[in-house]
Design a protein. Structure first.
Ligand SMILES: Cc1cc2nc3c(=O)[nH]c(=O)nc-3n(C[C@H](O)[C@H](O)[C@H](O)COP(=O)(O)O)c2cc1C
Length: 367
């Protein structure tokens, strides 16, 4: 009989008025199973299997056709999509879990072949990402060069986040997470290499953070500040993003503004900040009085360290949840983790998605 791990990770936490059973979140992960941009029964099963997380944050969900740049990702702008997500929130709630929708507008990280007819690849500025993106119809293709959003398109994009945050509540989500990390639309506004605008949304740090602050404020007004979180990744270089002089100042000012909006949480992808300027991790915490979730590469031991030290309130795990649907149970009972197969991360179908075993099944299989 293996002993149970005593850890703050397994204590409950009050995320504003939402009571979470444990402090382990499932990090948002695109899995590309949404054929036709609509959630389906396979996805219902996947999320149901992982409902023992204290909080599930879904894969990135597009707030409009323009936000769908990858193959087989879902939106939440149509009634059919809302109804599909409702089945997912229902099963997670039936299992006692909580679930936030991650609203992800990919901006320039896109290819038109992956998008419905009429959708446009839009970004703060017409700067293409270097590299290639997968398309089902034409294999690997260079990233599209986005069109620079005009003033009307920019306001429309803000409105899309507002509309789909309301749709998310209609679909039964406990709240939404704005994807401000990993080089997608919101971060494209923050970074001066992808935002070369000369209007009120580009140039100075104050101008570059404006879009993110406005989206956060408008969404919080629409559905309630206690239902809104935001994900950030300072010093991120993923998706063709590059470093710039004022990273520290940008995130310091941004999180002070977000602090004033008093939203539920900040979810930090912290590994690049640890490498370039770890002080920023603590500065962000001091700028913000809500729940602070850290992510990227955490083990049980490192998660315990940051919770015990008061550096964070929760930790999210990504890839370990792919291959261990019962991750909290395994961590708590010192059961070995299964390694995921990255070649199946984004493939359609059940394999590498809903066929990872629960610990008891593994033990039976080995018996
Ligand atoms: C297959 C896969 C898909 C991902 N998709 C998203 C996504 O849609 N939104 C997001 O914010 N991060 C996404 N990420 C990043 C994860 O949320 C997380 O930051 C990363 O996996 C590091 O955490 P980990 O070491 O616990 O896996 C993805 C990661 C993986 C492995």
């Amino acid at each position: 009989m293996k002993g149970q791990t005593i850890s703050k990770l397994f204590e409950g936490i009050n995320l504003n008025n939402i009571k979470l059973n444990i402090r382990i979140a499932m990090a948002p992960m695109t899995r590309s199973r949404a054929i036709g941009y609509v959630p389906n029964d396979l996805m219902v099963k996947y999320y149901q299997q992982r409902a023992s997380a204290g909080l599930i944050i879904t894969e990135g969900i597009a707030p409009s056709p323009n936000g769908l740049g990858y193959a087989r990702i879902a939106g939440i702008y149509s009634q059919e999509q809302i109804d599909g997500w409702k089945k997912i929130t229902d099963v997670v709630h039936a299992e006692g879990g909580k679930i936030f929708a991650q609203l992800m507008h990919v901006g320039r990280v896109a290819h038109p072949v992956n998008m419905p007819a009429g959708a446009k690849v839009l970004a703060p500025s017409a700067v293409a990402a270097t590299g290639e993106i997968w398309t089902d119809a034409e294999g690997m293709q260079p990233y599209a060069t986005p069109a620079e959003m005009n003033g009307e398109e920019l306001q429309a994009a803000i409105q899309e986040f507002v509309n789909t945050s309301k749709n998310s509540i209609e679909a039964g989500f406990d709240g939404i997470e704005l994807h401000g990390a990993n080089g997608y639309l919101l971060e494209q506004f923050l970074n001066p290499h992808t935002n070369t605008r000369t209007d009120a949304y580009g140039g100075s740090v104050e101008n570059r953070i404006r879009f993110v602050v406005e989206v956060t404020k408008r969404v919080a007004e629409a559905i309630g500040k206690e239902r809104v979180g935001i994900r950030l990744s300072p010093y991120n270089q993923f998706n063709g993003m590059s470093l710039y002089d004022e990273v520290f100042e940008t995130y310091d000012k941004l999180t002070k503004e977000i602090g004033k909006l008093d939203i539920a949480y900040i979810h930090l992808v912290d590994y690049a900040a640890r490498q370039y300027n770890a002080d920023l991790i603590d500065i962000i915490r001091s700028n913000f009085s809500g729940t602070y979730i850290l992510n990227a590469g955490y083990t049980l031991e490192r998660a315990n360290e940051v919770l015990e030290a008061g550096v964070a309130d929760m930790v999210s795990f990504g890839s370990p949840f792919i291959s261990n649907p019962d991750l909290p149970h395994r961590l708590q009972n010192n059961i070995a983790l299964t390694q995921p197969d990255p070649s199946l991360f984004f493939t359609p179908g059940e394999q590498g998605y809903i066929d990872y075993a629960f610990a008891a099944e593994t033990e039976n299989a080995n018996a």
